[in-house]
Design a protein around this ligand. Structure first.
Ligand SMILES: Nc1nc2c(ncn2[C@@H]2O[C@H](COP(=O)(O)OP(=O)(O)OP(=O)(O)O)[C@@H](O)[C@H]2O)c(=O)[nH]1
Ligand SMILES: [K+]
Ligand SMILES: [Mg+2]
Length: 439
């Protein structure tokens, strides 16, 4: 990737559409645009222009152009937007003309990568933009907007500044201290490191809610054969995703549906009924059901109200498990199952379904809803912040001021990798690798 290249890409969705949006960015943008459109539009003002192939003079389209001279553009470079008619031939013709002018197709994420390299945003904000494009639910969108707007960036930059001050004090104390005698300044640095470590640790101890909201929660329905698990999955999904039948042992494979529970994306799994069985295939289904229950963030244990609660499912109840008594159209639900008051449900006639859905929404939000403060959203953030805490603790234990300074520097490097201020090349490939082209 060379910043001296001028790059272009389709920024809107591919395929037939009313309008296609082409993006152009790089040092030759003005030249390229002039060759295509005759002259440059006024900065940031939409202008209608005929686009011609620079070599053949062939008319390609009549398009709306936007010209963003550096540095006031998304990338911080000279950039332009070409709003073309959405046909494939138009897009191909204009792309060929751009190639003829020396521009090249952009790599995935290259526009945002340039914005980062030009200091327009930090790495966490860039990740927020990627998440915004992928957001499926309202809560995901809000989290991504907050991060793209620099909520994490501001927080981490603030910690970085405090750390830099601590390091400066520590170095001053090395400079001025009499040999081997700790002074007040050392204590002050130690105290500052402890406070900062505690703040970062509190930010880390959020139960992974930001990561869960970004990735989606895993939920699973478990229960005895014929408890009505597949019926419940279908009722929640609003479609016949899983086969329902009166025969015990119908479901074997895990059947998944995606749900939006109060803004939290949830992958809900229907599983095989839990029982000992000589049938090899069903037994494999039961193993998968147990594994799903272990991996799930949210487990719904389903019992049939007209039967005694089965030992297999009772054994899997944990704090936080949602316990449901189904088939209340056939029998009254018990007051307690495994010490928990069940939600009364009839998957057949819909009784209790709204109450169950509300409970599931609350449970999903408490595990992955938006918190007041911006949450970290990626394992990368967790790893870097964890490292910073370790180094801050190391700094407090350091027997020599020189060693304390070294640990503070290491903590600063961990924060720097997080925001993209130091040692970034490898990180950049990870962050921008999963962007789409045109962003
Ligand atoms: N009366 C009544 N019948 C129900 C209710 N929910 C499910 N059933 C019936 O119970 C039987 C089993 O339903 P399923 O949804 O297949 O049960 P399952 O738990 O998925 O069963 P397996 O996949 O075999 O473990 C079917 O005949 C359903 O129509 C309910 O609320 N009331
Ligand atoms: K069944
Ligand atoms: Mg089933």
């Amino acid at each position: 990737m060379r910043l001296s290249d001028t790059i272009f890409a389709l920024a809107s969705g591919a395929g037939r559409a009313a309008i296609s949006l082409l993006r152009l960015s790089g040092p030759d943008s003005a030249l390229v645009l002039t060759r295509l459109a005759g002259r440059l539009p006024r900065p940031r003002q939409a202008s209608l222009r005929r686009l011609r192939h620079p070599e053949t003079g062939e008319l390609l389209d009549e398009a709306l152009l936007l010209w963003f001279p550096a540095p006031r553009s998304y990338t911080g470079e000279d950039s332009a937007e070409l709003h073309l008619h959405g046909g494939r031939a138009v897009l191909e013709g204009v792309s060929a003309a751009l190639l003829a002018c020396g521009a090249r197709p952009a790599e995935p994420g290259e526009f945002t990568r340039r914005a980062f390299l030009n200091g327009r945003l930090d790495l966490t904000a860039a990740e927020g933009i990627a998440d915004l494009i992928d957001a499926e639910t309202a809560a995901q969108r809000r989290q991504a907007l907050r991060q793209a707007g620099g909520a994490l960036a501001a927080r981490y930059a603030g910690w970085g500044e405090r750390l830099t001050r601590l390091l400066a004090h520590q170095e001053a104390s090395i400079e001025f201290a009499e040999d081997g005698i700790p002074n007040d300044l050392d204590d002050e640095v130690r105290q500052g490191a402890a406070t900062l470590a505690a703040e970062i640790a509190a930010h880390l101890a959020d139960g992974g809610r930001g990561e869960r909201l970004r990735e989606g929660l895993w939920a699973a329905i478990i229960g005895a054969p014929n408890a009505g698990k597949s019926s419940l999955l279908n009722a929640l999904a609003g479609r016949e995703a899983a086969i329902v039948s009166a025969r015990a042992g119908t479901t074997r494979d895990v059947v998944e549906v995606r749900l939006d529970l109060g803004g939290v994306p949830v992958l809900l799994a229907d599983t095989a009924g839990l029982r000992d069985t000589p049938d090899e295939i069903e037994a494999e289904g039961v193993r998968r059901a147990r594994r799903r229950a272990e991996e799930a963030d949210l487990v719904i244990a389903l019992f049939a109200a007209d039967a005694a609660p089965d030992a297999e499912t009772l054994a899997l109840l944990r704090p936080g498990t949602v316990v449901v008594a189904n088939k209340v159209d056939l029998a009254a639900p018990p007051a307690s199952i495994g010490g928990i008051a069940p939600i009364a449900l009839s998957a057949r006639d819909g009784t209790g379904l709204d109450a169950l859905r509300s409970l599931l929404e609350r449970e999903a939000q408490s595990r992955a809803g938006l918190s007041e403060e911006a949450s970290l959203t990626r394992p990368r953030h967790r790893a870097a912040l964890g490292e910073a805490v370790d180094w801050l603790e190391e700094a407090q234990r350091a027997p020599l001021p020189e060693l304390a300074a070294e640990s503070l520097r290491a903590a600063l490097r961990s924060l720097g990798r997080l925001t993209g201020r130091v040692g970034v090349e490898q990180v950049l490939d990870v962050v921008f690798g999963d962007f789409c082209i045109g962003k």
